[in-house]
Design a protein around this ligand. Sequence first.
Ligand code: URA
Length: 206
Amino acid sequence: MLKVLEHPLITHKLTQMRKKETGTKDFRQNLDEIAGLMAYEITRDLPLEPVQIETPVQTCNTFTLGKEIVLVPILRAGLGMVNGICNLIPTVKIAHVGLYRDEETLEPHTYFEKYPKTIHDGIVMIVDPMLATGGSACAAIEMVKRQGAKNIRLVCLVGAPEGVAAVEKEHPDVDIYLAALDEKLNEKGYIVPGLGDAGDRIFGTK
Ligand code: URA
């Protein structure tokens, strides 16, 4: 299932990020804020479990989150979405998946992976700002599935139809959440109109 999270605040902040004149500080801040807004929407269906607590006034039957949430940023650009989600859900566990794209073939290669022990039973949110060819996303999904993860959500800021199609084909069980679905990929593998190289813009590298 693909869900494009349409909200005026998300659209406005994404427009700031797309502008080529937006610098590192504002790019990062808008990404933080959008990631938080997206996480709020994506977690609407999280399971709750009943608990009994004592308020200062009396006993209260209420609920807490019933499942652990595991955030999986795809290094390195995915790191840019961690803060905003952690601010909203401070109890998340954070895995790391290191993938780089071969500049020629655009194929993903793994250089690092580390997971919390409970990942098999958690609600897994893989985060990466750009869903371009879908190669890295499919590889990351494959990697968390190998750890036993079953409830997997892919959360990206901007997606290309090619990337969405690749993930839907290889992993039809994974829900995809985007802030925007763009037009296409160009010959260099960049999303059009996109926002350029997300990693470089987050970290101020070139
Ligand atoms: N990765 C990026 O950072 N930007 C794109 O447009 C595509 C992949």
